[in-house]
Design a protein around this ligand. Structure first.
Ligand SMILES: *Cc1c(COP(=O)(O)O)cnc(C)c1O
Length: 520
């Protein structure tokens, strides 16, 4: 059953002009018809079939890279103009059915979107979603089990606890470990650091606040993701709550600089609660050395947190998991499944070596939601997350593990990390390219700097930026950029499950081509 928007609007308008008691009945009938049409199962089935066809065709085109730009770059004003008229004043003119409108919007959405399944998507560290996982999200969305209390999300709660168990086991945490899923690494970091504060501050911050207490701080590498900085400022510790430790030549936190940083912070009156290690850093994919950091934390009685948003996934790779040695000693870890575990955003785990700390992050009493009279209300997961209503984010990851097993994730992670090593090898052979640092995972930073072209640092930076833009406009690749020691570098994260070294050789060729056109 379908109704056109126009016929509905027209009949409502007519009923309004009758102007007596019948009006309400006519209007109600029309409103009911609209509601029935909007919830019609046959329409849903037909719309879903059409949409799946479009998505499957788009997936094929993206995987084959045919006639589909990775990123059809348009300036924001033009994009706004392209999208702003659909419901602004279209009610009278639009005679299409809702199904037709949905299909047109889907088509435009696909045309305007960044294509993460494209072999040339070498930009940000977001997963090309597994089709099965995306389908799970549709089911989760249709059921909309909000997860705030157990009764509102029974299967999601059970799956979440199993997925969390699998993640803890994969990282080598023991039987006492546990945690929760939450909406993204940034929120997960705040959650972990709130738990750290509650466990280590020495007073009850949740009830008594920060007043009249020494200002706290954590140690982080200079290369840490800004989410640590945000968490610290949200907790009220100000800019000095984040004590930056210098990095070595491979952008890893310098172990020998931890102690001096701790002493400096203490001398400045700070109560240092913990160390945030990056595994890995966002810019270059550098893994801080977790064993010596764990030793340092043990010596000084500090909380050890590992930001494994991107890199904790290397634990699923039998070949590459060694880089995480020591992660099992961390008090807390965050791990984004929407980065290297092929999941659609958002789904992030906050894991605790002792899961009782998980309850410390938000130890408020919300008795209307949570059965706080019994501390065995472990199954009401909202007591441990920032969210109240939360998407059923466990289903897709649970189904991925059930359907394909960790073997699929191992195959994917191993492949993209190996590809990065090959890409670094290729870059080293090119006299006109410079590799920033030997990659430790699937993030590779480099720049184009031909010796034949005399360049100062500023014009080298400008060249990278303009080359990047020109490459994107050609449609075959989407690299990003980052600043390292003040200089601009091209940055690639190799996320494509089928991207090859030949694709990357073509990227270098395109960079040379666009650069030579700029020269002339
Ligand atoms: C991506 C990333 C984050 C932030 O995670 P979101 O899920 O984007 O909020 C934090 N830390 C590191 C190291 C990251 O790579």
């Amino acid at each position: 059953m379908t109704v056109s928007r126009r016929s509905f609007v027209a009949s409502t308008a007519v009923s309004r002009t009758i102007g007596d008691a019948d009006t309400d009945i006519v209007a109600r009938t029309n409103t009911d018809a609209l509601l029935h049409a909007a919830f019609d199962a046959d329409t849903f089935r037909a719309d879903g079939g059409t949409m799946l066809e479009r998505l499957a065709a788009n997936l094929e085109a993206a995987l084959h890279g045919t006639d589909l730009p990775v990123l059809p770059l348009l300036d924001p004003a033009a994009m706004l103009a392209r999208w702003q008229t659909d419901f602004a004043n279209g009610t009278e003119r639009d005679t299409r059915t809702p199904s037709e409108i949905l299909d047109a919007l889907t088509t435009r959405m696909l045309a305007d979107a960044t294509q993460l399944h494209h072999a040339g998507f070498v930009g940000h560290q977001v997963a090309p979603p597994l089709p099965l996982a995306a389908l799970c999200d549709l089911t989760a969305d249709m059921l909309n089990n909000g997860m705030a209390v157990y009764e509102m999300g029974q299967p999601g709660t059970a799956m979440e606890l199993h997925v969390i168990r699998w993640m803890c086991d994969t990282l080598g945490h023991g039987a006492k470990a546990g945690g929760v899923l939450t909406s993204g690494g940034t929120l997960a970091t705040l959650t972990a650091l709130l738990a750290m504060r509650q466990a280590r501050a020495g007073w009850n911050v949740w009830t008594d606040g920060n007043a009249n207490q020494p200002a706290a701080a954590v140690l982080v590498s200079e290369q840490a993701h800004y989410c640590a900085d945000r968490a610290v400022r949200i907790m009220g510790w100000g800019a000095d709550g984040l004590v930056k430790v210098p990095v070595d030549g491979r952008f890893r936190m310098r172990i020998d600089q931890l102690e001096p940083a701790l002493m400096r912070a203490r001398a400045a009156g700070r109560q240092v609660l913990g160390v945030v290690a990056s595994a890995c850093s966002t810019a270059t994919g550098a893994f801080d050395e977790l064993e010596p950091i764990a030793d340092f934390c043990a010596t000084h009685n500090l909380w050890m947190h590992v930001d494994g948003a991107h890199g904790a996934a290397l634990a699923v790779s039998a070949k590459h998991r060694d880089v995480l040695r020591g992660i099992d000693r961390a008090d807390s870890v965050i791990w984004d499944a929407h980065k290297m575990l092929l999941q659609p955003a958002l789904v992030t785990a906050v894991l605790f070596k002792d899961q009782r700390h998980s309850a410390g992050a938000f130890s408020q009493e919300a008795s209307y939601l949570l059965d706080t009279a019994h501390d065995d209300a472990w199954f009401d997961l909202a007591s441990r997350t920032f969210e109240c209503t939360k998407r059923t984010m466990s289903f897709k990851l649970y189904a991925t593990l059930a359907a394909y097993g960790p073997a699929l994730l191992d195959a994917y992670v191993t492949r993209v990390v190996d590809l990065a090593a090959s890409f670094a090898g290729l870059l080293r052979e090119q006299p006109d390219f410079e590799l920033a640092v030997e990659p430790q995972c699937n993030i590779v930073c480099f720049r184009y700097r031909p010796a034949a072209r005399a360049m100062d640092d500023a014009s080298c930076d400008a060249l990278q930026a303009s080359v990047r833009r020109a490459v994107i406009l050609r449609g075959n690749f989407y690299p990003v950029q980052t600043r390292l020691h003040g200089a601009l570098w091209l940055r690639t994260t190799l996320m494509g499950p089928f991207t090859t070294i030949d694709d990357l050789a073509r990227l270098l060729h395109e960079i040379r081509t666009v650069a030579s056109q700029m020269q002339s």
